[in-house]
Design a protein around this ligand. Sequence first.
Ligand code: NAD
Length: 476
Amino acid sequence: MKLLINGERRDSVSGKVFTVRNPATGDVVGEAPLGGEDDVRHAVEAAGEAFADWSAKNPRDRAKILFFAAEEVRRRNTELGSLLTAEQGKPIREAVDEINGFANILEYYYALSAGERGEYLNLRGYGRTLVRRRPLGICGAIIPWNMPAIIMGWKIGPALTAGNTLVLKPAGTAPLTCGKLAEILEGAGLPPGVLNVVTGPGETVGREIARNPGIRKVSFTGEVGTGRQVAMDAAPALKRLTLELGGSDPMIVCDDADIPMAVEGVIRGRFYNCGQTCTAVKRLYVYESIADEFIRRLTARVEGIVVGNGMERGVTMGPLNNQAGLERVVRQVDTARERGEGEIIAGGLAPRGENYEHGFFFLPTLIAGVPHDSVLFSEEVFGPVLPIATVTGLDEALERANDSRYGLGASVWTRSADVVVRATEELEAGIVWVNQHLRTPPEVPFGGTKESGIGRENGSRALDEYTEEKSVLIRL
Ligand code: NAD
């Protein structure tokens, strides 16, 4: 791929490239320009020049371009899904779902694009007052590798519909799908400079996006530590920030839960995308009275997960996306093992055999009887490993669930209305599910409390995050 700046496909200023490899096989999938600070500056210039015309367009005309792009994305979903699987690792079915999800998001913002949002007030003594919502200007978007297409959609959908221009940085290990999606948007009629894509390291490209004073807002998705750095880099220019950071979502399974349904909830909630989802089920609290049956059924299901290259038929879980991610999961499991923190009842290591030799594979893993102070509970486990603890009842479950620096998602599995009322009230999370987990339709605000982030993506109010109010008081 090339950088996309001002509608042109360019090499980076340095002329250097980096290689993108398939995490299942180690094969080269493609290469991307090794952008740097100067490339970001050029992109900011282009976005600045494009802003006046783009923000002056009728919102529906802007959103129509997103709508046409969505159609094209859907038409090419298998091709784009295959590219996503090749660079990211997820099974092709999940990848195609993600590509369709990107199209859904663009269509949703098209549906919201009727006109400039705002309010009209008639105030006695002050005249007619308009509270307009104006675009911010140039925005920056920094994307992780785990759900690159969806997260790109979460950022460009509201940002562009609201009339901003963008400089977007994809993740180093999965930039190619983002590049293709940007090309499709351009082909659908996005004017030059409205969406600029700069690939390269977080330390240079990412930091320049955070620091560059021409950028008025940064929307970042990634780890808590990186988010903190972005906030510090953005502080001198007092930029607006959306930070979608890590999570360690608890799932509480009560004694009246539909056990088979809850087991399926764990399978999808924890092992989808090889466990590399911000709102994956990362801590399981199950009532003592049903724990044996629940764990027995869950173990049988986990043993049926087929690990392999996501392009192969029948594979239900791919590799982790990168070496560092695999090493972190191995370190977390080994630490728990060495300290005797729970019993590994499934997985716990990398699969063996020639199919697995060149990939970042790890078996789906269950660890039961994990003590509350375990590293598996205190750190985000970004891979296919589920620590399980039993609880005596709802008081203990809620106390343990909330005892975390994270507050992204949480779920409770029960048939009791009383439990639903109390759990949805008391769980400290930006999104709480009942008898489901992980589902995040574009209509619903998404984001975290505590260290899981600042601000919300999705929903109609995401448009507010990409606009600011301008009050106009009129006396004639
Ligand atoms: P990461 O923080 O390592 O990287 C995210 C992006 O930031 C990448 O594009 C990276 O190149 C860039 N970056 C790195 N250093 C930077 C810096 N100093 N300044 C600016 N940009 C920099 O995260 P990751 O490993 O790609 O993603 C995994 C993490 O993302 C997990 O913690 C996961 O929970 C979180 N996540 C959160 C959400 C959410 O919506 N809350 C969604 C998906 C992933």
